[in-house]
Write a protein that binds this ligand. Structure first.
Ligand SMILES: [Zn+2]
Length: 317
């Protein structure tokens, strides 16, 4: 692939669906944002129909001249080799032959993968993981998941479910319950959804907190971190626990995979103060072989999913 190559890319996230054209250098040439139906509880066939409608709308106003591939990144379990979208989450698992469906509609060879593995691919080709055969990418945003490259191979697992690192228990919160059924999962403490849930659970203990906890929608993570810096006791507790939990997750994965470096992405770690809080909690001794250190992604967090989907598409058969 070179800079002249173009790929039609689709990124389905929890809050938005992006469709765009990305060149071989990872530059987004044009893109359009649509609402994501994921939070509505819709099943895969319905969501796939929505994706086709968005694609059609996008293609009606954009020329596909010079576009030779299509790639898509979606949440959940994906069999990338067979182009199957297997599952969104337990209870939402009606397999869709998504690569064939999308490719047929636009007349291009199409490849799909899980959204975090798409981001991992973008990091590997263009970002902080360039040229590395052993590295870990951890996304800490609304949820938490990891992509692991070891010996040059992406770890996928027997059921395409490897890297669900949000459910690694780090056990520092005094018992935060996770929707997965476990207690003490890192996602229940350090993700955007976990911070919100804990703020609600703990607020009666901190009647003087200045944190705004909205009836509908989520508390803003950047508010929590700002108030923590200003000494708000609830926010300090939430932020300290989140940093401790994220650091524990990094250390657990470093002990398991022995990477050259760890790349962090996602809304929570994009806050520079929070990034520092996490890195400060990593003992030098445990990190001594991770010579590339812990780095923040060099890719724009708003585009990394779309760029990753394109990098996936460039490998389409
Ligand atoms: Zn869990």
């Amino acid at each position: 692939m070179n800079e002249m190559d173009k790929c039609l890319a689709l990124d389905l996230g929890g809050t938005k669906l992006l469709v765009g054209i990305v060149n071989g250098a990872g530059r987004v040439l044009t893109s359009r944002r649509y609402p994501s139906p994921l939070a509505s509880g819709a099943k895969q066939p319905e969501i796939a129909a929505h994706m086709l409608a968005c694609l059609e709308d996008f293609c009606a106003s954009t020329t596909l001249d010079g576009v030779r591939f299509m790639g898509a990144g979606v949440v959940g379990r994906v069999d990338d080799g067979r182009g199957l979208w297997l599952e969104i989450e337990p209870g939402r698992c009606e397999t869709v032959a998504l690569a064939r469906l999308l490719g047929k509609r636009v007349g291009l060879p199409c490849r799909i993968d899980n959204d975090v593995r798409c981001a991992l691919r973008a990091e590997r080709v263009l970002g902080s993981g360039q040229g590395l055969d052993d590295f870990i990418y951890i996304n800490i945003g609304t949820g938490i998941a990891a992509g692991i490259v070891t010996g040059g191979q992406v770890v996928k697992g027997a059921s395409f479910n490897a890297g669900e690192a949000g459910h690694v228990a780090v056990d520092i919160s005094g018992g935060a319950a996770c929707p997965c059924g476990r207690v003490g999962c890192v996602e229940a403490i350090a993700s955007g959804s976990g911070l919100d849930a804990r703020a609600r659970a703990l607020r009666t203990q901190y009647p003087r907190t200045r944190l705004e906890i909205p009836e509908a929608g989520r508390c803003r993570a950047d508010d929590i971190f700002r108030l923590a810096r200003e000494g708000d006791a609830l926010c300090l507790r939430l932020a300290n626990d989140a940093a401790e939990a994220a650091a524990a997750l990094i250390l657990n994965l470093v002990w398991i995979a022995d990477p050259q470096c760890v790349v962090l992405g996602g809304g929570i770690v994009s806050d520079p103060w929070m990034f520092d809080q996490i890195v400060q909690r990593l003992p030098e001794n445990a990190m001594r072989f991770t010579r590339g250190g812990v780095r923040l992604t060099s890719l724009n967090p708003n585009d990394v999913g779309l760029i990753g989907a394109a990098m996936c598409g460039f490998d389409a058969p």
